[in-house]
Ligand binder design. Structure first.
Ligand SMILES: [Cu+2]
Length: 359
């Protein structure tokens, strides 16, 4: 993972929407489970579960047991994720057979660090920002779209950022980074290079963004970068209901980097999820649970819909990588239940390419 600046606090206000009576009745069924435990704790099951535990097929011990996967809160762990980073596909085997995941969704931030240095106020003129944004909008940067693509822009890096550059000096002499007599670090990029970095920015996302699973499948959510969670659009989160009928307000905690969250999907249907800190940047995903047919997307107006604006340009002081809002992601052709079932999984890149090419 890359070293990524912390996100600004969202100005997202907490809005409570009245729960429709019908939904209240439905929610009552979940409340006994919901109020009796915290994230990652075991659901009280029948006594026999506690007896006669059998050794796992591969001899693993530790880690979650089947009853640890709560129907609302799944199972969260700050322990080392066997599938974190560049792990092999057989990493799933590190989990006991009865809770072994068969799919992985990674929680990502893709924001080049060099680009972030150019977002300080006053570094780029408004004209330069507008030109760069226009060149990046379709995702393909062409030098001819810029008046002065080779114009060089130099920024002074905050003193705290010198460490990494020094580290890389021995192996790879950076042409772009120079040390001044005051030991200040500067970084120079051309307008074209800044535009290219902006086009590479795919920001906050789940990978894949769309996933098909079978009822009973366990999905492993891997926190590759900090400050992410997985929450269902649900009336009890004050949101539109975007989970199958009878499914509760599924939610992970914030998953620490290197940790993971397991969730077992049981009820067939379409599930829409958002990352609480990053929904305003379009970080949402869809899981389709099916035995083979294509379930209908059902949306109930029980609360706030997905955000229709992506505020990422505010985060970048006006530079705009032209990324979809939460609403646009969930309305994309790439993430229709039909397409997700057809493809099995749909990458974030596919969603972004559709959006950038869709003007
Ligand atoms: Cu996130």
């Amino acid at each position: 993972m890359t070293n990524t600046p912390a996100t600004a606090e969202s100005g997202d206000e907490q809005v409570w929407f009245p729960i429709a009576r019908r939904n209240l009745l439905r929610a009552a069924g979940a409340s006994a489970v919901l109020f009796g435990m915290g994230a990652g704790t075991a659901v009280a099951q029948s006594d026999e579960d506690d007896e006669g535990e059998t050794p796992t097929e591969n001899g693993n011990s530790g880690g979650p047991e089947p009853e640890d996967l709560d129907p609302i809160f799944g199972y969260a762990s700050a322990e080392l994720n066997p599938c974190g980073g560049e792990a092999d596909e057989d990493c799933f085997e590190a989990f006991e057979l009865s809770v072994r995941p068969s799919h992985e969704v990674e929680l990502h931030i893709d924001l080049p660090e060099e680009l972030f240095a150019f977002t300080a106020p006053g570094v780029l003129t408004q004209t330069e920002i507008d030109e760069i944004n226009a060149a990046v909008a379709d995702g393909v940067v062409d030098a001819s779209e810029l008046t002065n693509p080779d114009f060089e822009v130099t920024v002074t890096l905050p003193s705290g950022e010198t460490e990494e550059t020094e580290e890389s000096e021995e192996t790879e002499e950076s042409e772009e980074t120079e040390e001044t007599s005051d030991e200040e670090q500067t970084l120079t990029l051309t307008i074209l290079e800044i535009a290219q970095l902006l086009a590479e920015t795919t920001a906050f996302h789940y990978e894949p963004a769309g996933l098909t699973v079978a009822p009973g499948d366990v999905v492993l959510y891997s926190a590759e970068t900090p400050d992410h969670g997985v929450s269902a659009y649900h009336e009890r989160h004050g949101r539109q209901n975007r989970v199958p009928d009878g499914v509760g307000p599924i939610s992970s905690p914030l998953v620490p980097v290197g940790g993971y969250w397991l969730y077992k999907f049981e009820t067939p249907g379409v599930y829409d999820f958002y990352c609480p800190p990053h929904q305003i940047f379009g970080m949402v995903s869809r899981v389709v649970v099916t035995d083979g047919d294509v379930p209908e997307l059902s949306i109930e107006e029980t609360g706030r819909p997905p955000e229709e604006t992506n505020i990422f340009p505010l985060f970048l002081q006006g530079l705009d990588p032209n990324l979809p809002s939460s609403a646009a992601v969930l309305d994309s052709e790439a993430l229709t239940p039909e397409n997700i079932v057809d493809e099995g999984s749909v990458s974030w890149e596919t969603v972004v390419e559709e959006y950038r090419g869709g003007d």
